[in-house]
Ligand binder design. Structure first.
Ligand SMILES: CC(=O)SCCNC(=O)CCNC(=O)[C@H](O)C(C)(C)COP(=O)(O)OP(=O)(O)OC[C@H]1O[C@@H](n2cnc3c(N)ncnc32)[C@H](O)[C@@H]1OP(=O)(O)O
Ligand SMILES: O=CC(=O)O
Ligand SMILES: [Mg+2]
Length: 568
């Protein structure tokens, strides 16, 4: 397998047939050449990415070192908590810049990967916002990333179209479309197909830089009513990371010659350390903020990761860790209080249920779970929520509209001052529930199938009638790891079995057989289930927990050109 660290030693490659990207000094593109991609990878757009990389790489490296240092402290027994050094920010009286009118009403937001047909469907879906995803919902292969950029440019230009050959159906944009937000990758992910000064570029600076460069002018004209572009920012752990984003935005605004505060972003609070930094994150981004969002799935993953060395904080079965657990409810309520106090939106999260075709009763039950989840969110004071699928938008819309009426949001009306009393203990409280063999089996079955899909280019998939993406799969992985590491007893099914490597080995074998029979021999053979099984099993049994499932797996989807040698 080619390790990312070897990329810096490779000599620049000759372009096949004389064709190649016209790159600035210090840049080497190792991704496949394509004429469509070349319209994105222009010399001046790449120069903008290079400038961002050179200006911010040391800051990013430092922030990643700080993450490691915090991990060391948590692994030695420390708990995350509020930082006494920034008490003045938490207690101070200040607000973020006013929410731009174009995005005052975000009661339902649809999310999805930057895939062409889905972008059109999402923009036409009737949701107020579409979050186009380079992150949890996207497998970051060169093809997906570059096609995603092409698709977004066409979407912002208003010219995007798609012909579905199988159904002989044409797709184009409606007159009324959702407002576009883009979610770049997290700070930790490299882009191994673009080397800058001999090192892989920072993935999110590539996503942000290329999208911003090509679209800011048209976006402000067509979508943002003078503001924008708009972003979602994932997986941050500390306000110093938000500060880097703020500086990146200012640099971009300067390059574009647009007013400071034009770019707006919603930060996902989806790591445990970040819940203690919400004021600080908003403060850093106060000129560029449009709120925070409860990224509940990564948040659960982060709870396990943060407490990886705390055997007294093991999770029950994944299906039991929902928003009604005390620590999850506390996080959502404090997020609402924090956002509304600072004058910005407090967005809810994603219910994992998706419509179930061919089974009306099961479908109604799934819709009912979504309805309950959205009702809890709107009553708590959230200003909007996420839908995974167009079929869920009417339910989400109805619940928010019935409870918010004509008001675009609840920023001024639901202050949740009661949440000021929430303590560190509330935010860390151990989740309640039991562990079962079925929990272990489901984690394994879902983790392997998700990874197999991811390796073949799909970053979000339907599995057992639920939406699965990188964040939900992470829960399966780290939960298995945690149970194995501490040899926990499965106390929920009366079997009293302890989770050992032997037991896990048998579960993996049996679940692989089940997957083969569920997907069929042909698909199983053609797919990457065996590779996925190998990666997933290693990650669940490794003595030291890997930080991210996708970091290791990324090595498998890096494909070098012109040689075209995959790592497999
Ligand atoms: C934890 C987090 O980060 S959550 C955010 C990241 N995750 C996501 O964004 C998940 C987004 N959702 C999805 O990817 C998909 O809905 C899935 C994978 C869950 C389900 O996909 P499928 O089973 O293929 O959906 P299904 O077959 O029911 O689709 C029906 C139609 O809806 C469209 N559709 C489904 N989901 C979406 C979506 N999120 N956005 C736009 N269109 C969609 C399909 O393109 C299809 O369109 P067509 O009829 O024109 O062909
Ligand atoms: O990104 C969202 C999440 O729940 O994770
Ligand atoms: Mg997430």
């Amino acid at each position: 397998m080619i390790g990312l660290r070897t990329y810096g030693n490779l000599l620049p490659m000759k372009k096949k047939g004389g064709k190649g990207y016209d790159v600035p000094e210090g840049v080497d593109i190792r991704g496949r050449y394509d004429e469509e991609f070349a319209k994105i990878l222009t010399k001046d757009a790449l120069q903008f990415v290079v400038d961002l990389q050179r200006e911010f790489r040391n800051h990013v490296n430092y922030a990643m070192e700080c993450r490691k240092e915090a991990k060391r402290r948590y692994n030695q027994g420390a708990l995350p908590g509020f930082d006494p050094a920034t008490r003045n920010i938490r207690e101070g009286v200040w607000t973020c810049a006013l929410v731009p009118p174009a995005v005052a009403d975000r009661r339902v937001e649809i999310t999805g990967p930057v895939e062409r047909k889905m972008i059109i469907n999402a923009l036409n879906s009737g949701a107020k916002v579409f979050m186009a995803d380079f992150e949890d919902a996207l497998s970051p292969s060169w093809e997906n990333l570059m096609r995603g950029q092409v698709n977004l440019k066409d979407a912002v230009d208003g010219t995007i179209s798609f012909h579905d050959k199988a159904r002989n159906r044409d797709y184009k944009l409606n007159d009324q479309i959702a407002k576009l937000f883009v979610r770049p990758r997290g700070w930790h992910l490299p882009e191994a197909h673009i080397l800058i000064d001999g090192e892989p570029a920072t993935g999110c600076l590539v996503d942000f830089g290329l999208y911003f460069y090509h679209n800011y002018a048209k976006f402000r004209q067509n979508q943002g009513a003078g503001f924008g572009p708009f972003f979602y920012l994932p997986k941050m752990e500390h306000s110093r990371e938000a500060k880097i984003w703020n500086n990146v935005f200012e640099r971009a605004e300067k390059m574009a010659g647009i007013e400071r505060g034009s770019i707006r972003a919603t930060v996902l609070i989806e790591t445990l350390p970040a819940v203690f930094q919400m004021d600080e994150i908003l403060y850093e981004l106060r000129d560029h903020s449009v709120g925070l969002n409860c990224g509940r799935w990564d948040y659960i993953f982060s709870y396990v990761k943060t407490f990886q060395a705390h055997p007294d904080r093991l999770l029950p079965d994944r299906v039991q860790v929902g928003m009604t657990q005390h620590f999850m409810r506390s996080y959502s309520e404090l997020l609402i209080r924090t956002c509304h106090r600072r004058g910005v939106q407090a967005m809810g999260g994603m219910a994992a249920q998706i419509p179930i075709r061919d089974d009306p009763a099961a479908n109604e039950a799934a819709l009912d779970l979504v309805r309950k989840d959205k009702l809890r969110e709107v009553k708590a004071g959230h200003d909007g929520t996420w839908a995974a699928h167009p079929g869920l938008i009417p339910v989400c819309m109805e619940v928010f509209t019935n409870n918010m009426g004509n008001a675009p949001n609840q920023i001024q009306t639901v202050k949740r001052e009661d949440a000021a009393a929430l303590t560190e203990e509330d935010l860390l409280q151990r989740p309640r529930g039991v562990r079962t063999m079925e929990g272990l089996r489901l984690n394994t079955r879902v983790g392997i199938q998700y990874l197999a899909a991811w390796l073949t280019g799909s970053g979000s998939v339907p599995l057992y009638n639920l939406m699965e993406d990188a964040a939900t799969a992470e829960i399966s992985r780290v939960q298995n790891w945690q149970w194995l590491k501490y040899g926990v007893e499965l106390d929920g099914d009366g079997l009293g079995v302890k989770v050992t490597k032997d037991l896990f080995g048998r579960v993996v074998e049996e679940e692989m057989t089940r997957i083969e029979s569920e997907v069929g021999k042909e698909k199983f053979k053609k797919g990457m289930y065996k590779e996925a099984c190998k990666i997933f099993t290693r990650q669940c049994t490794t003595p030291t927990l890997d930080d991210f499932l996708t970091l290791d797996a990324y090595n498998y989807i890096v494909i070098q050109h012109p040689q075209g040698s995959s790592n497999l």
